[in-house]
Design a protein around this ligand. Sequence first.
Ligand code: ADP
Ligand code: MG
Length: 818
Amino acid sequence: MTSIDSLRNVLELECQKGYTDKAVIGGLDKYLHKQAGQIRQSINNPQLLSGLDELNLANSIYGSYGMDERKRWITNVFGWLDKVERAKEENNPGIKMLDRPSRVRARPRQKQREGLDSPITVIKGITPNVANRFAKLNVGAVRDLLYFFPRRYVDYSQRKPISELIEGEEQTIIGIIWQARVATLGNRRGTEAIVGDETGNIRVVWFNQPYLARSFRTNARVVISGTVSLFKGQKVFESPEWELLENKELIHTGRLVPVYPLTQGLYPRQVRKWTKEIVDGYAWQLGDFLPSEIKTRCQLLDLSTAIAQIHYPDDQTIAERARGRLAFDELFLLQVGVLSRKRDWQEGQPGNAFHVEQEIISKFLHCLPFTLTRAQERVLQEILTDLSQAKAMSRLLQGEVGSGKTVIATLALLIAAADGYQGALMAPTEVLAEQHYTNICGYLSQASTQEARHEPGEESIRCYTGFLSGPLTIALLVGSLSNSEKERLHDKIKQGEVDIIIGTHALIQKEVEFSKLGLAVVDEQHRFGVLQRSALRQKGFNPHVLVMTATPIPRTMALTLYGDLDLSSIDEVPPGRQVVKTKWLESQYREKAYSFLHRQVSNGRQAFIICPLVEESEILEAKAATTEYERLSREVFPDLKLGLLHGQMHGSEKEGVMRHFRAGELDILVSTSVVEVGIDVPRASVMLVEGAERFGLSQLHQFRGRVGRDKEQGYCILIPEKISLEARERLRLMERIHDGFALAEKDLELRGPGEFFGTHQSGLPDLKLAKLSDLRSLELARQEAITLFQSDPNLKNAEHQPLRQRLSQVWSKGAEWS
Ligand code: ADP
Ligand code: MG
């Protein structure tokens, strides 16, 4: 991408974000100051250069402007960028033929024979070469070009009499060409014309396009759209958009003119000509797949109108409605797809209805050293209701770090075991799996009448009696067990001699066969791929599935992305839990933070130090962490025991370090962002994050959740590398807000869903127009999808066939996503 293209992208993003200076991290000014040189180097036209110098990008002070000033400033830059685009065309001699009004009228009958799936080369003028350029924009078939939407519009709809033209505004005139000739402009040849209407005349010039003079016959009627400037005291249009007024709809002037995302070798005038041709010739062929009932209820435009209007809108209002309809389609298709997948699971085969024995639950709860929070109680009921039905549960359990999800999962596993089923819990790392194993065994030894019995040397399997009516066997299955241990466990699992199995990916190896898997629990689900989740599901006969996550996302969005799952949220942490005291420090006070760490360690506590995120490369990040670890060990904490953790280490190495840290054999753990989510190190009290401004709020909150898990006060110290206004604001939010959901929402607002989800979204159908942050639209699309499913769950009705077809088109790529 050229520096000009990226400038345009950044500014468009900035407009979308409502001029909040959030388009680039660190702010627009920083970006501009850095890019100004490169942008300037890419321009050699003197006119454009002087325009650029007026904008003075290298010293921009956008950040200090108020809203109106920001808008005005960006509009100016766009004005200049449009001139750059036009100059590009002017320098490309291949274009001039296309600019001549075509005398060949469209031949609609021929087009009817070409379908929407024909390659775009069926359009006159789209050569295989041009098609290659479109391919870069993911446009191959006619249908793709219909769905190739403009990024914005230039408003040339303001028609003015010549005498009323105002300098500096985008305006349109319709006039008669009095004279047009090749002229020397500056030191190059161009075209000069005098255009007049009943109120006056104006000079119009086009640089570098002498051939235009021939297109302008004297007395022809012409439409001119552009910005009026002053030259030697006279008003003039410089290289404006133009179009001869014939019996054709205007596409370059006199209206809202679409601005398309372009790539090298595609020019706006050409692309407009083609999109217009395709809209006129093919949009009517798009059958509307939305049931008319939904369209009426939601007051949506019909599909071909929406497509036509999003390209060439009559006015802003209808452009918005077109956008609304097409965004609705995206969300609705997403929802219906997600819901059909859920139906496939639930109605494909019956699930196992568990007998829920209340007595077991109360007995277990009675033995806990605490009582459940109200949120835990509620979620437990939701889960128990699911388990008691002959329809497989698919539930997502969200809950803040430390909100107590494990107890709830344990209860569900016990209910499965009590009814003679096996239950499995899969965690993303060995350390986490071990932690669950230890915790659950801890709970059970409280609740059982007899001590756990296990054969010597067999740490990974325990048996409790006196709690359920029969013995309860629980096992830990992780990759680091010896082969013989693994084999013995595999055997017992297959024979049904183990009731609850806790493990890592080792659980989904093909050697593992369950005799009767009734419930699968997946912890920290975002750490697992889709396939791993469904692999566990497939180990049983349509088992109940519970997935848990500590990365909360707003409810409506969760429903959209995980709409195939029902949602439960633990939205309260156990009482008495301390908030982690959070403070951000400028880097010059780092020494103070170090002495604080020192004091905490002398009081028997432990600390984490997180190294800055290096986005480009995990290798560089690991290297930076290693250097920091060495520096800290040598210069800052020579008397303490430090450990190092980063993504380049082997799994077993990582597990080893975490284990040492957890066991209290290390005082300080220096780590990259890989430090495991969900890990419980009761004695850790300080989390120090370097380069804190580079992490998302949710991620910082996850880090912070690693400390203060005991009764003791926890501390989080955030040290930014560079402190911009925006970073300051974000870090202050961390000091103030301790609710993960609220932070997630802020994060989403500040960074947008793309970054928030990372690669998470891959496999989902494309969302080009819809915004996941637009909760109202999400809710509407979801409601409609649910209503549709209630009336015709299998989309069997004749009127739903087009929808079915469209669904398979958009979901084909991501079919295995779930
Ligand atoms: P997470 O939701 O992060 O997985 P855990 O299940 O690991 O949380 O619970 C964190 C800690 O809180 C554990 O030590 C657990 O025993 C404790 N805990 C869970 N529920 C309660 C409660 N209602 N009251 C007090 N402590 C609780
Ligand atoms: Mg957990």
